[in-house]
Structure formats: C-alpha cells, structure tokens
Design a protein. Structure first.
Ligand code: G6P
Ligand code: MG
Length: 218
C-alpha cells in the first residue's frame, strides 16, 4: 500500500517553472542560443549547472567557456531567477495543491520534497508551505541529478519507506524517469505526449486528488 508522497517543487507545487524558464531564456538570448519549446522542456527538473550545459550544447558552445565563466553565467541566471521570485507569495501555489497536501496529512500519508533546486527552502517559505515538508532531500548532497533515481531513492529513505510504498509527483520528463527508476509509482503532471512514461498522468494539478489517484490505479 502507498504510505508516502514525494514531491517535486517547481511546476508541481508552485508556478515557479515559468520563472526558471524565463531566467534561462534571458541567458540563452545573451549567449545567442535559440530558445525552443523543446529546450525548455528538457531543462525542467535539471540542476543549475546541467541546465547551463544543455543550453550551451544546443548552441554548439560546450567548449566555448572556461569553468569560471560557466559559474558566472549560472550565477547570473540565478540572480535573474531570484528577482522574479521577489514578489512571489501563496498565490503562486498551483491549483488544488494546498487542498491535496491537507488531504494527505489528514489521511496520515508521509510527505517528502525531492527538488533539485537550491532555492527550494526559500520558495517553500514564501509560499507558506514549509511546515508540510520537514523531510527534504538536500540537492547539494546528490551525486547525480534527475533522471538518475538518486533524489527519489533518498526521499523514500528519509520517510523510512520502501520505494514501492511511495508515489512521486513530477512535471518533468527527467523527473518521471527518475521516479520510475527508483521503483516508485510516478504521477506526471502535464502534457501526456511528453510525460508518457508516467504510471498516472494528469493534465494539471487540479486533477491531483486521492480519489482520482485511486480511480487511476483501479
Ligand atoms: C528544479 C527546476 C529546474 C532548476 C533546478 C535547479 O529542478 O525544475 O528548472 O534548474 O531545480 O534550481 P536552482 O534553483 O538550484 O538553480
Ligand atoms: Mg518540476
């Protein structure tokens, strides 16, 4: 039986994936790299430095910059991102998420956060959701990012649950792959043509309810 839920943050709990995309788009323009919908989708769930590498690769610029220059570009993106976050509040919580979290708590499910973002503590604070997530995987301690299962494996360990007792919730292709590879049940939020590997797919967070999950599993 399912006992725990392991959540991605950006694009699942909060509307912040658009801010990440906006900040990367700005940097891509500066680097002369063409911004495409496909590139935007491939960046979802991917760590800051890995995202920069994907952008550079898209522009055939992988070897064009020194490690120090790459650090500076990654910092620049983060500065742009933090500026976009500045006025964010609970209104950025995606539809149905607050009610779903309350329902999970009421039904004694355990919750953990599996976000690749170093900004996730700040985001949770600003949303007023920090209290729901006492268990968080620290992305700075990971060896490999999504689609590697490490972050979701760690999430289950934090909850002291076997992976098969956990549901992972993701909006990113790389994230769904990570959940599946961890041996957990994946819920993909978004375009089913992109998240086809998910065990359960919902078009948006408003469909994320225990009743809909139970129905999808039967
Ligand atoms: C999440 C987002 C990505 C972001 C990554 C790192 O996975 O979906 O878009 O690149 O976190 O975020 P950070 O805030 O550490 O740069
Ligand atoms: Mg996400």
């Amino acid at each position: 039986a399912i006992k725990g839920f392991i959540f991605d943050l950006d694009g699942v709990i909060a509307d912040t994936s658009v801010y990440h995309a906006q900040a990367w788009h700005q940097l891509a323009d500066e680097l002369g790299v063409t911004w495409t919908a496909e590139l935007a989708d491939n960046l979802k769930g991917v760590s800051r430095m890995d995202s920069l590498e994907l952008i550079l690769k898209a522009g055939n610029l992988t070897d064009a910059y020194t490690p120090a220059e790459k650090e500076a570009y990654a910092t620049k993106k983060n500065t742009n991102y933090l500026a976009l976050l500045k006025n964010m509040d609970a209104s950025a919580i995606l539809p149905g998420i607050q009610a779903f979290l309350d329902d999970l708590v009421a039904h004694n499910y355990q919750l953990a956060l599996a976000s690749a973002s170093k900004n996730s503590p700040l985001v949770l604070e600003q949303l007023g959701l920090a209290g729901y997530f006492s268990e968080r995987v620290d992305p700075t301690k990971l060896k490999r990012g999504k689609p590697d299962p490490e972050i979701f494996t760690r999430g289950a360990e934090l909850l002291n649950l076997p992976p098969a007792a956990c549901i992972g919730v993701e909006d990113a292709k790389a994230g769904v792959e990570a959940i599946n590879a961890a041996g957990e049940l994946s819920i993909g939020i978004g375009d089913p043509t992109i998240l086809g590997a998910a065990a359960i797919n919902f078009n948006d967070t408003s469909e994320l309810t225990l009743a809909n999950i139970e129905q999808a599993l039967n």
